[in-house]
Design a protein around this ligand. Sequence first.
Ligand SMILES: C[S@@+](CC[C@H](N)C(=O)[O-])C[C@H]1O[C@@H](n2cnc3c(N)ncnc32)[C@H](O)[C@@H]1O
Length: 258
Amino acid sequence: MKNFYTAYYAAIEHSQAYHLFCERVFGIDLGQHGFADVQQLDLLMQLAGLDAAKCALDLGCGDGRIAEYISDRTGASITGLDYVAAAIRSAQMRTQAKAARLEFFVGDINQLELPRDAFDVILSIDTLYFSEDYAATIRALKDALKPGGQIALLFSHGREPWVPKEQFPRETLPPDKTPLAQALGANGLTFRTWDLTQRDYELAIRRKQVLAELEAQFDAEGTRFIYDNRLGDANGIAQAIEDGLHARYLYQAVMARQ
Ligand SMILES: C[S@@+](CC[C@H](N)C(=O)[O-])C[C@H]1O[C@@H](n2cnc3c(N)ncnc32)[C@H](O)[C@@H]1O
């Protein structure tokens, strides 16, 4: 997976096709490789209550454009972490003039070494899937939160195309039953959720349409692997939602004040 993301971030830096794809699907090009459009990001920012006095961690920040967008909009200081070193370098170089409120470092979701009691907000935008142990990752994030701080996550859960329909555990789809809900509960965290499944479906359908429009441009650029990758996720998610086997939620877990 790391090789894929290294190639992905190198390619999107110069890809006009992917720039158009993100603008047409997500409403803004922030180099998204998740499923968050501008509406979802704005909801996340609003719920997280970010402002110039707050500091946040963006877990799995990629080339940092989402962190930069959120910091520009809210004034919050944001630290981005990702395991693709070149994407982190690119984020650092692009945001040099904003270094007072944006910093980026290379780190691994599965070996988190975060300062204790350091962040008001931790954002995970389509990144928890890469944790090998959700409960352990949530524990590490919780330890890095200040008292009264919060973790806000955009998280999808559903049947992958290679899993037979009858084998997918449907009972894990409600927001309080997903693997993420279990991990939050195992860490003593209560949470609120917002159901974004309908929006996720609309965006998957839009990805298919926009990719069809841009296919020749991806081919001409030599970035077909991104086209194939995004078409695969759009087809898989659209089908799973039509089968009632996929859900997307925003989770907000707030730490008690001590
Ligand atoms: C699905 S993308 C989401 C990126 C971005 N948050 C977004 O919404 O577009 C997953 C991100 O997590 C990063 N990632 C995957 N596994 C990781 C790991 N073990 N440690 C740190 N970052 C990881 C990838 O490099 C990529 O930037």
